[in-house]
Design a protein around this ligand. Sequence first.
Ligand SMILES: Nc1nc2c(ncn2[C@@H]2O[C@H](COP(=O)(O)OP(=O)(O)OP(=O)(O)O)[C@@H](O)[C@H]2O)c(=O)[nH]1
Ligand SMILES: [Mg+2]
Length: 469
Amino acid sequence: MSTLTLNAQPASMSLSENPFIGTLKPPANETEEERVQRARALQDAQKVSRQIDESLQETKRLLDRRKNGIRILLLGQAESGKSAVLKNFQLAFTPNQFRKERGVWKTVIQLNLLNSVKTILNVLTDNIDTQLNTPPPSPGSYSNSYNSSKIRRLHLGLSPLLSMETNLNKMLFTETSSGSPEISLPAGSKWKSKLGFPSVSRKSSSDEEPDRLTNSQNALISTFSKLLEASKEDISSLWKDEEVQRTLEEREVHLRDRPGFFLDDVDRIASSHYQPTDSDIVRGRVRTVGFEEYHLVSESAAMKGSEFYITDVSGMRSSRSSWVPFFDDAQAILFLVPLVFNQMLDEDPRVNRVEDSLTLWKEICANVLLANCNIIVFFNKMDILRRILASGAQVRKYVPSYGDTPNETASVAKYFKDRFKAYHKKLSPKPRTFISHETSAIDIRSTTALVVTVLDGITRANLEKSDMM
Ligand SMILES: Nc1nc2c(ncn2[C@@H]2O[C@H](COP(=O)(O)OP(=O)(O)OP(=O)(O)O)[C@@H](O)[C@H]2O)c(=O)[nH]1
Ligand SMILES: [Mg+2]
């Protein structure tokens, strides 16, 4: 083994030629004070050098550790359910850590609830505006129980809550350029530490640690919760009102199919003592902005100590170009496709969601950087698909090529699965197996069981790959 000697000096170089000797030698007429200063500076420099070495070693250790863990990338359009699937991974493998953050979700879920109330009020107001501008089709056909004065009264009653909601959103979350009324997660989960929940070791597009909330900000959160509780009856009767339900139906506003729907649980959630359940947390909606890597060290007995790195990204169209740097590192991709064939993208209401997923899928399949990557498709939101079909919506109206295939869940799922599978075969740079699952990510019992099986499959596939190398 060859050893490096620090004094090594080319034989051809004389001492007087060595350019470093002059700088390292103490000055000839150095005073005692200068000598002490020089010694101190040398000590400081050695300390910095040691710190750099330690940090390099730590980085290497983390990189080695990462290399031995399973690295998964979650992809799919916005609202496809990536963060919901991530929460199922957390529930399955790190339930204790997951539950420690329960308190953070209370405010998020209460804000989600209020967001649905705002949607209803907007629809009712809009409806009344339309009625005022069009004569009734038959006398008395506009006997709306939510007439303009009733809505005005409701608005008035809820206005302190609504204005507080605006302030809370500004205080806790990021505003998106999409202009969406949804709350957005600032890049990285550091927002959780704002609420007093230290984030576990993660890497994200923003590693800035936010300031903790001040007492007055915490008081605002608590007042919001109390005000929501005081408005519980109003919200409940608004949601249960038949006229309201009919108007929402006429306007094709299907709140149950939208993200962050909690109106069926208003009695439980609009309470200042409310504690979110696991299922509530998975249903809670916060739009992801940027990306975040979660490092999970399994707590479960079967896989204790196994490590996974799961990267969750924003699915907005404008964010997709920032996915590419993660392709190189990912061992498996979970690609989420919500089969909501009658819904359009938020960011471009002319684009059908399933068509957008297909376009994205083709790009992912054909990408050479992902040629060796396992890709697993989750056909998600199956519960919503069932509801959409039960409401009588015809697939062929939105996807003409569906033709006369039966308009029922199994046929619809098979039709889309076959299309995704065909592109996978045609566009993959190398042959690979098509793997897919039908999921409802809010069904935590079946999804936590599924992610355990999926992870097992990914681990085996990687072992086989490394055996072959
Ligand atoms: N009903 C139903 N809701 C779901 C399902 N999967 C996810 N959701 C809900 O849909 C909403 C959007 O899911 P997210 O996981 O936040 O979506 P995302 O893909 O992370 O979206 P971005 O962060 O915007 O890219 C959340 O409120 C979820 O709870 C599902 O299978 N069924
Ligand atoms: Mg997300």
